[in-house]
Design a protein around this ligand. Structure first.
Ligand code: UD1
Length: 418
């Protein structure tokens, strides 16, 4: 198994480019199943969740390949609704987008329960409730989900009971080709939702989002197009945590500052200097940083996908702070690992209370993608050498992590396993 070895305490200087947003690229790649003609998708990050998605699409019979470093071409003309790679479906959350797309195109889908990062129950009842409202029949048996329509799906008003990224995306995917107007209320409004809407509109869809309501005027067909995925907000925010922990001066290119606003204010209040430019951001950290208390919530507030990395950052503040996760209340597997390094963290229900800690390198296990990033963050600031196992979780979502950190002066290397 691959390992990441980090010798901590190096300050970070230089510039890197932030990749395309994984959580935009995933639904956009799956949405190509609805599109007649070739789609050219640029700025796609080379991360394992994307490679698995391409495998799933190819298994369905579509053409789906990287044609250069970050450009993917998809043509799903020859796709069927027979999923050959059910094992991959069980491994990734975004495979749930096969429900909306295959239901809309073929009127039938049968798939394994979508998997994903391992931080507690990840139900899909809002997705199924929405498909039901559109006229589909959904059943769940022995870990398999079957969704079918007897007649055509019908445009309806759907009100989600919970703000859910995945359910919002699935409702958009299922409705874009239904004649009439579908209204989806209480939607998630993460930048990846807008990225998907923007892509589909470029293909000929008629979708408008006003606040948390999405209006979809169904169209008969969608045409292929060329589209560039937005920059990854969580990757950018993770590198700001690295800069805060290590100190130094880091320029992040290819970012969208408007997506980062809420967190940038928090980082500034901590004492990290941040200057934003048109498509880049400079994070400078020369002095002590002070802690904050944050609570995760749907966008535009504090993202749950930054929670573990932010906890690592809090260990390096002069007064500590806390993170309460209201979105995924059991996302705390990283706490055990940070404790092995000497982190002073107490978990009370869904809040991690973190005191200033003196972290020392240790042998660590990544338990999920963002927890893995938190261990990298903690190890970059720690005294001595850390060894991080289960790197497969980290490569799900961070493109060239080791090279990027090395180029900033961090002492990090990837040890390839047998
Ligand atoms: C997506 C992201 C993930 C991120 C999360 C929240 C992808 C591939 N994954 O996951 O990185 O952490 O958004 O920003 O984009 N819920 C229900 N019932 C449902 C659906 C969700 O109760 O049917 C709950 C969840 O348990 C959670 C909350 O709603 O408490 C938000 O989940 P959701 O936004 O759906 O997350 P995902 O789409 O799975």
């Amino acid at each position: 198994m691959d390992k990441i070895i980090i010798e901590g305490k190096e300050r970070l200087f230089g510039e890197i480019s932030i990749g395309g947003m994984k959580n935009s690229a995933l639904p956009i790649l799956f949405s190509c199943l609805l599109i007649e003609g070739e789609c050219i998708i640029e700025n796609v990050p080379r991360v394992s969740d994307i490679f698995n998605t391409l495998e799933i699409l190819k298994g369905l019979g579509a053409y789906a390949e990287f044609v250069d470093k970050n450009t993917v071409v998809i043509n799903s003309k020859t796709a069927t609704n027979i999923i050959k790679n059910q094992n991959l479906v069980s491994k990734m959350r975004a495979s749930s987008y096969l429900m909306g797309t295959l239901l809309a195109r073929f009127g039938y889908v049968s798939l394994n329960m979508p998997g994903g990062c391992n931080f507690g129950v990840r139900p899909i009842e809002q997705h199924l409730k929405g498909f039901n409202t559109l006229g589909a029949i959904c059943s769940e048996n022995n870990g398999k989900i079957e969704i079918k329509t007897r007649k055509r799906l019908k445009s309806q008003k759907i009100t989600l009971d919970k703000i859910s990224v995945g359910a919002t995306i699935n409702m958009v995917l299922a409705s874009v080709l239904i004649s009439g107007t579908t209204i989806i209320e209480s939607c998630a409004i993460e930048p990846h939702i807008d990225d998907l809407i923007c892509f589909l509109n470029k293909c000929g869809a008629k979708i408008i989002r006003k606040g948390r309501t999405v209006y979809i005027q169904g169209v008969k067909r969608l045409n292929g197009c060329k589209y560039k995925i937005s920059p990854d907000m969580i990757e950018a925010l993770t590198y700001i945590c690295f800069a805060g922990i290590c100190g130094g001066d880091v320029l992040l290119n290819n970012i969208e500052a408007s997506h980062l606003k809420y967190c940038i204010e928090i980082f500034k209040n901590m004492g990290i200097k941040i200057d934003t430019y048109e498509k880049s951001l400079r994070a400078n950290c020369e002095s002590d940083i002070v802690g904050q208390n944050v609570v995760t919530a749907p966008y535009p507030l504090f993202p749950t996908d930054l929670h573990p990395q932010f906890s690592a950052l809090l260990c390096y503040t002069i007064n500590g702070g806390s993170v309460r996760d209201d979105v995924f209340p059991t996302r705390f597997a990283y706490v055990n690992e940070l404790s092995k390094m000497g982190a002073k963290i107490k978990l009370i229900e869904n809040t991690a209370i973190i005191n200033k800690s003196h972290l020392i390198g240790a042998k660590l296990d990544a338990t999920d993608l963002r927890a893995g990033a938190a261990l990298v963050a903690a190890a970059l600031g720690a005294e001595g050498i850390s060894e991080i196992n289960n790197v497969n979780y980290i490569v799900r979502g961070y493109e060239n992590l080791v090279d990027k950190i090395s180029s900033l002066g961090g002492k990090i290397k990837l040890l390839k396993g047998e």
